[in-house]
Design a protein. Sequence first.
Length: 436
Amino acid sequence: MGKEKYNQPESDIMTHGQNPYEIVKGLLKESVGTLGLNENIYHLIKKPMRVFEVSIPVRMDDGTIKNFTGFRSQHIDILGPTKGGIRFHPDVNLDEVKALSIWMSLKAAIVDLPFGGGKGGVIVDPEQLSERELEMLSRNYIKKITPIIGPQKDIPAPDVNTNPKVMGWMIDEFDQLRGYNIPGMLTGKPVVLGGSLGRLEATGRGVAFTIREACKVLDIELEGATAAIQGFGNVGSMTAKFLHELGVKIVAVTDAEGGIYKEGGLDIPDLLEFVKDKKRYASEYPEAEEITNEKMFGLPVDILVPAAVENQVTKDTAPTIQAKILAEAANGPTTPEGDQILEEKGIFVIPDILCNAGGVTVSYFEWVQNNMNYYWKEAEINEKLEEKMLYGFENVIQMREEKQCRMRDAAYMVGIKHLVKAMDARGWISEKDHSS
Ligand code: NAD
């Protein structure tokens, strides 16, 4: 981390052409309509209940002071505390953070977790910071959002460019401010500080479970199936590991620096070893040919996994896709135009709010273990994760059959229905809100 090579996307490589908050609002509105609910429901869920903007001054190594901007969005807390990651990236903006917090609410609802959605972000390119500067930024961000977070209020976690090390600094800052240890205040911590076994692998493991189930639906034999993955950070690399274990041949991987391709399948254990100390990018792996992101999208594979950032499957990339399954390991990787094209092509989409729900699920297990102060074995965690992912997958498939709709719409509807149940139980809504 710091100035060493790190999985850090370059801002100019990213194509954030669309506003994710507008995209999520559009999908919420449509799903509320398809469920036959009154538009009042849409108005209740379209806005986060609380958003927070903070300034984060940091004394840089050269003696100057830089003042960074950070956000935290809390969508809805009717099911429990809000929960969601913290992103460090130059393209972070308030609308992105708001959208990500809404997706977190839907995700938690789909796999039936007692959480609402939250999300945080800081506008920063961490690759430009030294380790000390990054630590100061992490500590000062937590200091600034301390009034609105806590194990019963809002529970942060890692996201793009944040990891257990960053979580370690953050929890230390929070504990020092409060004067005692509060392990449940964030998840994705180092295991020695109360982190859960299996958390680091959880999102990728969950992605692989959903792909396995999708293959059953489509009658695709996993052994020998082919896949390409965009992004080789936490989620992309772990997805590769578990797909490889299932017998899938990963033929291409890209990251912010480039991409690699091997027709016969990349040696995934060797590639994981190659990037282990985070000093090298997967795209620098020598035992393969080079490939661009654009070419990777159009490969004749069975499974395509965007596991990087938003807005990657677009009107430009979607027409080239030949995969039968698009597994959205990243949040918001598909634009509405891209989605339309996927539908026309009959590609089976595992939507983000289902596909990557494994991360928040094991974060939930981490929080439960912190609250009990008793820790489970990894096998138990993985088993519970599989149960939750299957529960979510089956509910979405059922909704898809009932409404004869796309997987994405079905996932939104499952999430919204669950939130509506809670709003009902709290007396927020009445009989007339149940019909349009
Ligand atoms: P990460 O920072 O560990 O990895 C991101 C990867 O994407 C890196 O390999 C980076 O080089 C690559 N990348 C960035 N821009 C790219 C581009 N334009 N083309 C190709 N590659 C690019 O982040 P992560 O934690 O793996 O998160 C990835 C995605 O998964 C994000 O959308 C995140 O919100 C989502 N997600 C993460 C978790 C989690 O537990 N970490 C949980 C749910 C969802």
